[in-house]
Write a protein of this length. Structure first.
Length: 156
């Protein structure tokens, strides 16, 4: 059996002591020697005389999904990220209407593009708008006081 000390614990075990244990040819005796070194390091950590080790690259690798986990999710859609069903904002300036591929810049900085073939005449100044997502994940741009809503997709 091989024991490896990492981080702060290994920093507190002198190389000479590790070499002494490693040189023991009897497996059981070598194990007792290494166990004693590890126990001393653990005791120093618990007593607070040694700072805990910082996370290592090995810990990051251990936290990464295994290839079998990745293979099991192959072909599935990515997990859904929680997002609101609606965004209320405003379009600054005059909005005469829309047609296919019309871009709208909301006051919050988002840009949405009309993604269907609809058209509409508005003649509004600084209209309040709502981007609403339906059950199927389709987004619609609703203008306050209007019943017609173009289907949109976010550009940025």
């Amino acid at each position: 059996m091989t024991m490896v000390l990492t981080g702060a614990a290994s920093a507190q075990v002198p190389d000479a002591e590790m070499a002494r244990c490693a040189a023991i040819t009897d497996g059981a005796a070598r194990l007792r020697c290494l166990d004693a070194l590890a126990a001393g390091s653990v005791a120093r950590l618990q007593a607070g005389t040694v700072a805990p080790a910082a996370p290592t690259a090995a810990a990051a690798v251990a936290a990464a999904p295994s290839p079998s986990d990745l293979a099991a999710s192959m072909g599935l859609p990515p997990p859904k990220v929680a997002e609101p069903d609606r965004i209320d904002s405003q379009i600054e300036g005059r909005v005469e209407g829309w047609g296919p591929n019309t871009h709208f810049r909301l006051k919050n900085g988002q840009v949405w593009r009309v993604s269907d073939g609809s058209t509409g005449d508005l003649g509004l100044t600084d209209p309040k708008v709502t981007i609403r997502r339906n059950r199927f994940g389709t987004y619609f741009l609703e203008f306050e006081g209007r019943n017609d809503s173009p289907k949109v997709r976010r550009v940025s």
